[in-house]
Design a protein around this ligand. Structure first.
Ligand SMILES: Cc1cc2nc3c(=O)[nH]c(=O)nc-3n(C[C@H](O)[C@H](O)[C@H](O)COP(=O)(O)OP(=O)(O)OC[C@H]3O[C@@H](n4cnc5c(N)ncnc54)[C@H](O)[C@@H]3O)c2cc1C
Length: 395
């Protein structure tokens, strides 16, 4: 760091979103003596999301730390396709940005050695960070998790969605239409891609309804998709009293592996780890990042800020992540390049006939060799086996 860098820390977290929130919580739990700086110019930490995840995605020391962030818990969830309705008996959880900000900002304010710098990082290098007001921060470990960068060069398509958090009219309501999360209702019109509705019954009188499509381009007509989501909710029996919050996303579905080297830079004065979606730590097929963000956070809490240990830990974790991500990208290729858009739901319906544990490991990016064989070679009930397409792909 050149210029007037003066303030010393042990760890600097650039970006206070999901990844660095989990890193902060893990470090505060495991290494409370560390001088920790979070840098994020946003008025609140965590942006505007509802993050959901499988309860089993949490690893020590995060399980206890994440518990206060959780706004809803379910013991199972379900999916619906034209010829399949399935309850998956895996516990599921949801975190809202609102709760994330509340808990994380209070934890930072209450920790004697932690601080939140409400500023933009303009220079990030091993050893330190320069803020937009000219202040310099120094630390042996910097975790750069500034969120989505430019889209990867080669995408198979995009996962695009608009979610409405709806307030429900209790007086008009009968029993809740969906007592457990409905992760995919793909019985809806497919509209030129793989389309489904996603429903999280967050609390009595409050539900998140999201209309999602996996399609070619990143264009998203937010108003039209929001209207579609609301119409679906009303048709499903929700007595909508109002819209409490709207969220949207357009997540790239990558085809090629553009991040071969581990996302870590070592210099004479420290190390920078690129974390979160910024560093490529996400599921190439689902676009989700919670399970991998949790693993990276737990690993950094284990190593602490010592650069050599951080490099070794990130390199090992990245190698395992890449092995899993490679298979997920292959699935992307098969789904987008070899299956017509209107028929993609069929592949997912077939996937949801696999055992609960395989489904969970798919979402967690922890597939075993046997799981992969099941996904690719299993006997398809509706004539949409991936095996012939897989042979074409690798020949
Ligand atoms: C609406 C939505 C819903 C999603 N739902 C899920 C889900 O249910 N489960 C799941 O696993 N994944 C989900 N994802 C995908 C992914 O997990 C999220 O995008 C997740 O927030 C990524 O975490 P992150 O920390 O990498 O980035 P972000 O959470 O995007 O955080 C990046 C942070 O960096 C800050 N920042 C940017 N530039 C600078 C700078 N120069 N200096 C300092 N700070 C900076 C931003 O203000 C922001 O706070 C969702 C994505 C979206 C968009």
């Amino acid at each position: 760091m050149s210029g007037r860098a003066t303030v010393s820390h042990d760890v600097i977290l650039v970006g206070g979103g999901l990844q660095n929130g989990l890193v902060a919580l893990a470090l505060l739990a495991r290494r409370p003596g560390l001088r920790l700086a979070v840098v994020d110019p946003a008025p609140t930490l965590g942006g505007n999301h509802t993050w959901s995840f499988h309860a089993t995605d949490l690893v020590a020391p995060l399980a206890d730390e994440v518990e206060p962030l959780v706004v809803a818990r379910w013991s199972e969830h379900e999916v619906r396709f034209p010829a399949l309705a399935r309850v998956v008996r895996e516990p599921y959880r949801a975190i809202t940005s609102e709760r994330f900000h509340e808990v994380l900002s209070a934890r930072l304010a209450g920790a004697p050695h932690a601080s939140w710098w409400r500023a933009r990082a303009v220079e990030v290098a091993p050893g330190g960070v320069r803020l937009d007001d000219g202040t310099g921060l120094e630390a042996p470990l910097v975790v750069d998790a500034r969120g989505p960068a430019a889209a990867p060069v080669t995408t198979a398509g995009w996962q695009k969605f608009v979610g409405l958090e709806l307030e429900l009219d209790g007086d008009r309501g009968g029993p809740a239409p969906h007592p457990r999360p409905l992760l995919m209702d793909a019985t809806v019109e497919q509209l030129g891609g793989f389309r489904f509705l996603y429903v999280l019954p967050l609390a009595p009188g409050r539900v998140l309804v999201e209309d999602t499509v996996y399609a070619g381009g990143p264009e998203l007509d937010r108003q039209a998709v929001a209207a579609r989501a609301r119409a679906w909710a009303e048709a499903a029996g929700y007595a909508v009293a109002g819209v409490r919050r709207v969220e949207h996303g357009c997540l790239p579905i990558p085809l090629a592996d553009e991040s071969v080297a581990p996302p870590v830079d070592l210099g004479p004065r420290g190390v920078v780890v690129r974390g979160g979606v910024h560093g490529g730590w996400f599921h190439p097929t689902t676009g989700y990042s919670f399970p991998v963000a949790a693993r990276l956070a737990a690993m950094l809490a284990e190593t602490g800020p010592a650069p050599a240990e951080v490099v070794a830990g990130v390199t090992a974790l990245w190698a395992a992540h890449r092995r899993q991500a490679r298979f997920a990208r292959l699935l992307n290729r098969l789904l987008f390049r070899h299956v017509a858009p209107a028929e993609r739901w069929n592949v997912l319906a077939r996937f949801y006939r696999l055992p609960d544990a395989t489904i969970r490991r798919f979402y967690a990016l922890e597939l075993t060799t046997a799981d992969r064989a099941r996904i690719v070679c299993g006997r398809p009930p509706r004539g949409f086996g991936l095996r012939p397409r897989f042979s074409q792909e690798v020949s």
